[in-house]
Each structure stands twice: as structure tokens, then as C-alpha cells.
Design a protein around this ligand. Structure first.
Ligand code: ADP
Length: 521
């Protein structure tokens, strides 16, 4: 252990009362204390705050923490003050008088940490304040907001690089986020002008979480039964829309379950009250849209149920990751139906008109859909998506538990691949499924697809099951889906040996059994 690490561990015990660092924390802190730029990607609940707070305590001067979330800033500053650390924040929630007071105290070097909203940085007032301060470290929270490839781009973050550049002695910069794929990480480093940053991607495998995907179920009944089995536990149900949040909440209240709701249609007071009641276990269940969560730190959330598939893996894992922040075993259940994809597409269409943005979001949506349909370890899927390698199968997600033997599905795969090959990359998955099914749909006939030799080759299958098989072949790398608004499907080089009879394809027996159950429907 380096002296920096020993010093940090002592402070961790003294100030926070914790005995040991979580995965990654110690190395990140050591790097920051050595003055290196840092980009740390740690999942929600991974303990990012300590990675910059602790160095701030050990370094002389005032560390600046840039954070986009006003409520989070207040929570963190209150928590620090309770620990006896002098800290304050500057954001639009302060009265003019309080604002001036914080500025005055800052210039006198009173604080160890000053939290600042990004839009505050771009002013001559802040430039002159910065020039009077000794800033040993700049910490940037939610750093993915600087990247338009990320899922929560905020233009105000673009001012950061400018402000950092204007500082006389540029201090080390440490950027933190819970959600960055490798390409987003690169973009963050570039946008913030990080200098040879130490990059840490760690702790994504939250091994206390049991992930599962449930498809083809009566959701209301599922949720009722699920909650009935967990009478003493507290959890969150995420819905895609406000309307659904209202409906699910009403349904649970009718069952006598103490349920709160939280979404963008409620006023600040109603939301604060719901959050408070949930935090103190007056509500057992919180039904919410994605408006709920940034900054909630309730340790004993035992389950997070997603009523619908969210629009990207980042959001899913961030929301699901609100379960089990205390490290105890917790569950994350995704209720997935194929039509969820349409709902999310609609939300994307509504949210942006910028074609680049739209195409980024659609690709994220397709990845989320692949997760929902994957037959491999779910935890591994997510962890790999975030760029962390070498994580073993979790052994307990719904796919890992589905221990059924793999069966040879080469014959079916060959039919499907040969059909896609004949469609020459001009159509999407659903058209390929319809051709294999032998659909008489107008579009099929118009394009003359009924003339293909593979038309109707899987007539005895349910169309949905053909679709599942095609997605399985995508997940296994035999098929590729193009990017963009109207994705088409085509063969990859991997498909050739299968078509030539040189390679076999295997699938879990249960997936094939499901097909038999629904065949002919
Ligand atoms: P993040 O910002 O990464 O979502 P936080 O910094 O809010 O996570 O930390 C999540 C929770 O874990 C907090 O309650 C925090 O006090 C706690 N925590 C962080 N590091 C440790 C540690 N080394 N030991 C015990 N608890 C920790």
C-alpha cells in the first residue's frame, strides 16, 4: 500500500467511520492524490463521492465539485457538514444574499469542498472568484453529461473545458460517471481536455443483484404476486410513462399496499413528500418514472421492478442499481414485451428532431432490446457493455438459472439465415420473420418476397418465435442489424460456415420448448 493509500484509509475511518475501501476507491484516490487526471466509471452506489471528497480533505485548498443536480448538492453538503467538514454549494436555489455569503467565505478559503452547478462557471464573477482560490482538484460528477453520445447530454457541461482552461494553474481534473460505454469515455476525456487520464472501469458487476427478464406474463398479476411474497420489503416499480405510474400506483393502493408515486407531473412539494415517505419506509413501494432516483440514497431497496423496458442499458442499470445499495441481496426484474420497443421509439421521436441524436438513441434502444432477449448471463452482458472485462457469469440471473441443456438448432438456424441472405440486406427482422412464416401481408406480396424459395419455410412456427430465433442469431453474431431509423438485417461472415454445414448452432432447450408451446398461435 502506498503512503497515499495509508493516509486515505486513516481518513476514511476517522471521518466517515468506514473500515475499508470499496473496489476501485483506493486506487482512484491514490491516483488523484498523485495529481493525475482521472476518469472513473463506477456504477451507481459504487461510492464515487468518497473518491473526490477524501482527496479534498487531504489536499490544501478548496476542491471544486461540479454537479448538475441541485438536490444532490444539498444532500451531499449537508452530509459533509454533519461529518464536520466545511462545504458549501453555489446554485440557483440560493437567495442572492446566501449566494454572496458563500462567495465571500469561499474567497477566504473557508471550505474544503465547494459544489457548483455547471451553468455558474461561465461568468466573469466565477472567473474572478476562481482566481482568488487555491484549487487543488476539480471533481466533475455525472461527467457523461458532457458527451452527446451519453444518455443525458447537458449543454451547460460544455462550458467546463473553457472554464478549466482559463484557470491560471490548471489543477488535476477527476471526472466521475456511472454510465459510460468505452466510446462515451473517450468523448468525455476529449471534451473535458483530460491529460493522459488514469481510467478506471470497475465495480459494475453488482454481485448482490439478481437480474431477471420476464416476458409474456400478465404484468398486474405478476406484480401483485411478487409483492405478496415480499410483505416486509421496500422496492421501486419504474414505469415508462406518468400515466402508467398513476395506474400501477392506484392498483397497488387498492390492494392495501402503502404505495407512493413520483413523476414529472407532480409538483415539487408532492414529489419531496413522496420521496421522504419512501425514505422513511412509510411507503413500502414507490411507483415512479425515471424522474425518480437521481440522488436518492435509500440503502434498503430490496427490489426494482421495471414495468417496461427502458430506452437504454445505461438507464436500466442505473435505475435497477438503486436496489441493494447496502450490499444486501436484492432483485432487479425487467418485465419485457416486444411492444415496449415501439413505446421507446415513440418517446425518442418525441424527444428529439436532431437526426444524429435520434440515431444514437435508437442504437442504444436496440442494445437494450438485445439485453431483454439475450439468453446469456445478464450481469455479464451489462458489465461488458460498460467496458469492464473478465467478469465471470453471475450464476443466479434468470438466464444462468435456466440451466436447461443446450440443443442443436442448426437446422432452424440455417433456414433463417438462408432466408435473410436471400433478402439481401434490404429488410428488417420483422419482414424476415414474416417471410419465413409465409405471411400474406400486402407488403410481402408487393415486394415479391413470397417468390423466395425460403418463403413459408417455418410455417409451423409462431411468428414471434421466429423473431426470437432471429434475434438470437443476432446476439450470437450470425446476423447483423444496421444502425439508424429503419434497421435492416443481414448475414455476417460467421453465418457462412453454418450455411455450408461446417458449424453447428446451439440454443437452450427451454427457449426451444417455449417455441413449441406458442407454435400455431
Ligand atoms: P455513487 O455516487 O457512486 O452512486 P455514493 O458515493 O453516494 O455512490 O455512495 C453510495 C453509498 O455507499 C453511500 O451511502 C456511501 O456513504 C457508501 N459508501 C461509499 N464508500 C464506502 C465504503 N468504502 N465503505 C462503506 N460505505 C461506503
Amino acid at each position: 500500500m502506498s503512503t497515499h493509500q495509508e493516509e486515505a484509509l486513516r481518513t476514511l475511518k476517522q471521518v466517515y467511520g468506514y473500515d475499508s475501501f470499496r473496489k476501485g476507491q483506493s486506487d482512484i484516490i491514490a491516483g488523484v492524490l498523485e495529481g493525475k487526471d482521472t476518469l472513473a466509471i463506477l456504477p451507481t452506489g459504487g461510492g464515487k463521492s468518497i473518491c473526490y471528497q477524501l482527496p479534498a480533505l487531504l489536499l490544501p485548498g478548496t476542491t471544486i465539485v461540479v454537479s448538475p443536480l441541485i438536490s444532490l448538492m444539498k444532500d451531499q453538503v449537508d452530509a459533509l457538514n454533519r461529518l464536520g467538514v466545511s462545504a458549501a454549494y453555489l446554485n440557483s436555489s440560493l437567495s442572492a444574499e446566501s449566494y454572496r455569503e458563500v462567495v465571500r467565505q469561499t474567497s477566504q478559503g473557508v471550505y474544503k469542498l465547494l459544489y457548483v452547478a455547471p451553468e455558474r462557471l461561465d461568468s466573469s464573477m466565477f472567473d474572478s472568484l476562481s482566481s482568488q482560490m487555491h484549487i487543488p482538484l476539480i471533481a466533475i460528477d455525472e461527467a457523461h453529461c458532457v458527451s452527446q453520445w451519453g444518455h443525458d447530454f447537458r449543454p451547460s457541461y460544455r462550458q467546463l473545458a473553457g472554464w478549466i482552461g482559463r484557470l491560471e494553474n490548471r489543477p488535476p481534473v477527476a471526472a466521475f460517471t456511472a454510465t459510460a460505454t468505452p466510446e462515451v469515455s473517450e468523448d468525455i476525456a476529449a471534451m473535458l481536455g483530460l491529460r493522459k487520464p488514469n481510467i478506471f472501469v470497475t465495480g459494475f458487476a453488482r454481485t448482490n443483484l439478481t437480474l431477471s427478464v420476464v416476458t409474456g406474463t400478465d404484468k398486474k398479476k405478476f406484480l401483485r404476486d411478487y409483492l405478496k411474497q415480499r410483505p416486509d420489503q421496500s422496492g421501486i416499480v419504474y414505469t415508462a410513462t406518468r400515466k402508467e405510474a398513476e395506474e400501477v400506483c392506484d392498483d397497488l393502493m387498492k390492494l392495501g399496499i402503502a404505495t407512493g408515486k413520483y413523476h414529472g407531473g407532480l409538483n415539487d412539494e408532492e414529489r419531496a413528500e413522496a420521496q421522504e415517505k419512501f425514505r422513511f419506509d412509510e411507503y413500502r413501494v414507490m411507483v415512479a418514472t425515471n424522474a425518480f432516483g437521481m440522488g436518492i440514497d435509500k440503502p434498503n431497496v430490496r427490489y426494482v421492478v421495471h414495468w417496461q423496458m427502458p430506452g437504454d442499458v445505461e438507464s436500466y442499470y442505473q435505475e435497477a442499481g438503486r436496489a441493494g445499495r447496502d450490499g444486501e441481496e436484492s432483485e432487479c426484474v425487467l418485465l419485457f414485451e416486444p411492444q415496449d420497443v415501439q413505446v421507446q421509439r415513440f418517446l425518442i421521436d418525441r424527444s428529439t428532431t436532431d437526426p444524429d441524436r435520434k440515431s444514437i438513441q435508437l442504437n442504444k434502444l436496440y442494445t437494450m432490446m438485445h439485453y431483454s432477449r439475450s439468453e446469456k448471463c445478464l450481469l455479464q452482458y451489462i458489465v461488458r457493455y460498460f467496458g469492464e472485462a473478465d467478469v465471470p457469469e453471475c450464476g443466479k440471473c434468470s438466464n444462468c438459472l435456466d440451466q436447461s441443456a443446450m440443443i442443436d438448432t442448426t437446422e432452424d438456424a440455417r433456414k433463417a439465415l438462408s432466408c435473410v441472405g436471400r433478402m439481401k440486406g434490404r429488410f428488417g427482422i420483422s419482414m424476415a420473420a414474416k417471410v419465413l412464416k409465409g405471411s400474406r401481408e400486402k407488403r410481402i406480396l408487393e415486394f415479391g418476397l413470397d417468390k423466395l424459395s425460403t418463403y413459408g419455410l417455418m410455417r409451423s412456427w409462431a411468428e414471434k418465435e421466429i423473431t426470437d430465433l432471429l434475434y438470437y442469431l443476432v446476439a450470437e453474431g450470425y446476423l447483423r442489424i444496421s444502425e439508424g431509423e429503419y434497421p435492416t438485417v443481414s448475414l455476417t461472415a460467421e453465418a457462412l460456415p453454418v450455411l455450408e454445414g461446417k458449424l453447428t448452432v446451439h440454443r437452450r432447450q427451454s427457449a426451444a420448448a417455449k417455441r413449441r408451446e406458442t407454435a400455431g398461435t
